[in-house]
Ligand binder design. Structure first.
Ligand code: B12
Length: 298
């Protein structure tokens, strides 16, 4: 009888079991050292059932809203039972939630300003805005908040982030990064967060609003000629609306060679498609986007 250790799988089989594309499986191996498949004499990678389990655990952590960095950390520190224990919410986040629950826009704005000044932009985004947004999602999903509380609070946060972007001073001639939600994707706060991260790295940014048409995305690329474009999908809705979306985006990328295309967001990873992008790069975080041209300022 074969033991688990002896039974090896090919990347195609692992892809079918995990829903991850072969490209992502190899990337997770090479970039994060998550698994270490043996090689067959012909060079093919051979995976164990344990490898499949590892990939699925990290995949699940990502599906639950963790960034790749957090998912790896949780996985490696064995702190990832299901469901994941949540980090306690900070005082700032709790206070913001209190204001949001009663639609107190002025109160929200004041607390957001105070947190921004206290922490600086980078920490404000990672320690206040991101946990706050995730908690709002959980409150809505558990029925403790209704859609009106989710909408009013997230709108106030969105406006605040847009205002920071508009007031951000950058040197003239800074390279341009365009950010677009995918068609039928209306979650635009993640896009504003990543564009702000780009600005902290010296990029000038422009955001196309929620759910732009594919044709608008292409016009923007042609007219603005950004060095990079970020395509964001928080949900899988864009891919459910248009089964050929990935191919159509690839075509746009083919026609606009001078722009580097990146796509990311939970919707891309949750959408279990078998698609090998050629021109578009799948990005798990902004580190992937910056790394591509080693343009980090720090
Ligand atoms: C705010 C919000 C809304 C707002 C959106 C406001 C706006 N203008 O953006 C409103 C109220 C309109 C809304 C509506 C809906 N929402 Co909503 N929403 C949220 C919420 C609470 C926060 C989203 C957010 O800003 N997250 C903040 C960041 C930190 O999240 P993030 O995904 O981790 O983003 C990071 C990465 O993904 C990455 N990234 C993203 N894109 C890219 C691209 C590149 C290139 C790179 C490198 C990285 C990258 O960078 C981001 C920043 O670090 C989430 C909960 C959640 N957990 O996210 C639900 C959530 C996304 N919504 C959800 C749902 C179901 C809906 C609705 C269908 C129903 C509803 N709640 O009313 C509608 C659908 C609207 C539509 N037609 O599309 C679900 C989606 C489930 C799923 N897996 O599909 C969630 C997860 C809530 C939940 N717990 O179930 N929503």
């Amino acid at each position: 009888m074969k033991t688990n250790q002896e039974h090896r799988l090919l990347v195609k089989e692992v892809s079918e079991l995990t829903g991850l594309s072969p490209q992502v499986i190899r990337k997770w191996e090479q970039r994060y050292g998550l698994i270490c498949p043996k090689r067959h004499r012909n060079g093919y990678r051979l995976y164990t059932c344990e490898d499949v389990g590892t990939l699925m655990k990290v995949c699940r952590l990502r599906d639950q809203g963790h960034s790749m960095k957090e998912a790896l950390h949780l996985f490696h520190s064995h702190q990832a039972p299901n469901p994941i224990p949540k980090m306690p919410l900070s005082e700032d986040v709790l206070a913001l939630l209190e204001k949001g629950a009663i639609y107190d826009e002025a109160g929200l704005l004041l607390l957001l300003k105070q947190a921004l000044h206290r922490y600086g932009l980078e920490k404000f985004l990672s320690a206040t805005v991101q946990p706050l947004m995730r908690e709002i999602g959980d409150l809505w999903a558990s029925g403790k908040w209704d859609e009106s509380q989710e909408t009013i609070t997230s709108l106030a946060i969105r406006d605040f982030l847009v205002q920071i972007r508009r007031n951000f001073d950058l040197a003239e001639g800074s390279p341009l990064m365009l950010g677009c939600c995918l068609p039928h994707e209306t979650h635009e706060i993640p896009l504003h967060i990543i564009l702000l991260q780009a600005m902290m790295h010296g990029w000038q940014t422009i955001a196309a609003g929620p759910s732009p048409k594919l044709s608008s995305i292409e016009y923007l690329v042609q007219r603005l000629q950004p060095q990079k474009i970020l395509l964001s999908a928080t949900t899988a809705t864009p891919f459910q609306h248009n089964l050929h979306l990935f191919e159509q985006l690839e075509d746009i990328a083919e026609r606009n060679e001078s722009t580097a295309f990146f796509i990311g967001g939970s919707g891309v990873f949750n959408h279990k498609i078998y698609f090998k992008p050629n021109r578009i790069q799948i990005a798990y975080s902004m580190a992937d986007v910056f790394e591509e041209s080693r343009d980090e300022i720090d």
